[in-house]
Each structure stands twice: as C-alpha cells, then as structure tokens.
Write a protein that binds this ligand. Structure first.
Ligand code: AMP
Ligand code: MG
Length: 346
C-alpha cells in the first residue's frame, strides 16, 4: 500500500476514535456530522464537518480543492503553473499569485532553502513522473544555475512571471496543500461551521474544538513504524503539517533518495532530520516551514525558530531517534515511542 494512504488511513482511524469518544461522552445530544473523501493533489483527503448542512459545505469545499489543483498543479498542462513552465512565462492569478508572493517571502526568510524554482532538479530525480533515477553530480551542477529565485521575475501588479534563463520552472508543491487546508477551513468558517477537521494526506487542519469542547487529538506518523505514531498532539484551531523523507522516496544501490531537495546541493536534504512537523494557525506557513525546517536540520531549525517572529511551533524527529519539541506545544504533545527534549525560546 502507498505510504501516504497508510498515513491517511492511520490518522483517519485516530479521528474516528476521537469522534467515537465524543459520542460516548455526550450520549443523547449528538451533533450532526458530515464526512466525505476526495483524491486530489496526489493525496487522499478526508473532510469532517459538525453541525448543519455539513454535506453541502463539504461539497463546496471539494469543488474548491479541485479548482485549486486545476490552477496550481505542475502536472496539469492547462494550469497556470503548467503553462508558465512549458511556455517559460505567463500570468499568475488569484491563488497562484498569493502562493508566488508567499513563496518569494519564504525563500527570503529561509535564506533560499525554501525554493519554488527548484523544480528542474526535482524533475531530474524523477519525482514529478515517478520515473526515479539518480542524476550525476555534473547533471545537477548544470541544473542548479537555473534554480535561482533571483532569475524569476514576478510583477506583483500584473501577475506576470518571466524567467531570466531557459529551462526554469516553478512549483508550489511544498505549500499548496497547506494553502488548500487553510482555504477550506476559511470556507467552513464563513459558512458558519464551528467544529471541523480536514486531513490532506496526513496534514491536518482543524476548526475550533471537537463538538464536546475538547481539543482534537492528531497523530503524527512515525517515519519508521508504518501505522505507528511518533506521538499525539492536542490542538484547537491549528494546522499540523509534516514533511518527511519517508513520504516519497525510492531506493537505489541500497540508498534511499527522498523528494525534499537541498537547493545548495541539488540532492535530497541530509540534515539529520527524519520528519519535521509544524503547528501553526496558518496552514500555508506550516507547510512552507515543515519543508524548510526539514532541510535546515536541528541546530539551524532551532536557531531559526528562536530568531523568527513567525508564529509557529515544531516537532522534529531526528535520525538518532529523538524528539525535539518547541515549548509552546510541549504540554499538548505526548509520545511513548521516543524521548522528548523541550526546546525553549531563550
Ligand atoms: P513537502 O511535502 O511539503 O515537504 O513538499 C515537498 C515537495 O516540494 C516536493 O515533492 C517538491 O515538489 C517540492 N520541493 C522539494 N524541495 C523543495 C525545496 N527546497 N523548496 C521548495 N519546494 C521543494
Ligand atoms: Mg511543505
């Protein structure tokens, strides 16, 4: 079974447990619940809404997810991004424009580690078409000069994108799901929903609390134990987004190669981190930072968090089996699989 699907099913089971817990606790006063699933953005998505008109509200949000995919996917030739990549220029509108601006900002904030122009390298490794291969260092060295964000010209007023070099391309894959979950949660909120949870391939975002007022319990996938959790985080009104080398990878010559590229080398990041989870109000930020902290590694990630005025918390699982948890969520996170070190702001 595909790993992502396993994660989803695992977390779906957890949510189901949470829901069952609610009914047990609040017997006789059951809140209406609507649930639906969708496969989009290469991801199994589960939507759960409590309260009235849940089915219609979810249906509208699923239409919006498909709309976002049609605008943003690199794999859809007619999408805004697909056209820009094949024609070497084009226009970004609405959501595409927002993601471009957020990506440029994140690139700056992470000293270039978050890089939406890394796509030609991701392609060379075969991750875009699942035709995996290990490119030679000389091939990567030839590609790196066409992955510089400074060579992406973006005109904010018109949405026009042009590239300074031939062969350049952009990809919002590292923030699109977080953006999507934030947008769906906003749609739920605007429709009057007070309690909801969505799960986009293991990335979870919640609205409010469970109907009984308790926090949502979200399991974080264990990178080495399929269907096992690194730990459980209790949240309300938050996105919980994880990047891990275990999510998409191939093996060649006994070595694993995953999909998160260090833009300094053109190869999968080897930072000593197995998975990076970000907890934040803003799903887009959480998604962008989960990819970025994964690449940074432990020391740099901690320093980044300490010096940053961005509002987020993290759970890092290191290759030597330790959990580093930032102090803002330490009381809400439990694990019976690994020792926890709480990281303090100062
Ligand atoms: P995520 O699962 O959110 O960490 O995103 C991983 C995806 O983002 C990959 O499958 C690539 O499409 C893309 N990607 C890989 N490396 C980077 C990077 N350094 N910066 C931005 N996007 C990246
Ligand atoms: Mg990400």
């Amino acid at each position: 079974m595909n790993k992502t699907i396993k994660v989803v099913i695992g977390i779906a089971i957890l949510c189901a447990v949470a829901v069952a817990g609610y009914y047990g606790y609040n017997a006789g006063k059951e809140e209406e619940v609507a649930k639906n699933e969708l496969f989009a953005m290469d991801t199994h998505m589960v939507f759960t809404v409590y309260g009235e008109n849940g089915d219609e509200i979810i249906a509208d949000s699923m239409d919006e997810v498909v709309n976002l995919e049609n605008q943003l996917s690199t794999n859809i030739a007619s999408s805004q991004v697909g056209k820009i990549n094949s024609e070497g220029q084009g226009i970004l509108k609405k959501d595409g424009a927002i993601l471009m601006e957020k990506s440029i900002l994140l690139n700056k904030q992470t000293d270039g580690l978050f890089n939406p122009a890394i796509y030609p390298v991701v392609e060379a490794w075969g991750f875009t078409k699942e035709e995996y291969r290990v490119p030679s260092q000389s091939e990567l060295d030839a590609l790196l000069p066409i992955t510089k964000i400074q060579d992406v010209n973006y005109d904010k007023s018109t949405g026009q994108v042009t590239f300074n070099k031939e062969g350049m391309a952009i990809d919002f894959g590292a923030i699109a799901k977080g953006y999507t979950s934030s947008k769906v949660i906003k749609m739920f909120k605007d429709a009057g929903v007070k309690s909801a949870i969505i799960n986009l391939g293991g990335n979870v975002q919640t609205l409010g609390t469970k109907p009984n007022g308790e926090k949502w319990r979200v399991g974080i996938q264990h990178p080495e134990i399929s269907d096992g959790y690194l730990g459980i985080i209790d949240i309300e009104d938050k996105a919980v987004i994880t990047s891990g080398g275990y999510e998409r990878f191939f093996e060649e010559g006994g070595k694993k190669y995953h999909h998160i590229i260090d833009p300094r080398t053109g190869s999968p990041a080897e930072s000593g981190i197995e998975s990076a989870t970000i907890v934040a109000d803003d799903g887009t930020l959480a998604d962008g930072l989960s990819t970025s902290l994964f690449i940074m590694g432990k020391e740099k990630a901690i320093k980044f968090w300490r010096n940053s005025d961005l509002d987020f918390q993290f759970i890092l699982y290191t290759k030597d089996g330790k959990l580093l948890v930032s102090e803002g969520i330490a009381d809400d996170f439990t694990s019976d699989t690994a020792p926890i070190e709480i990281i303090k702001k100062k």
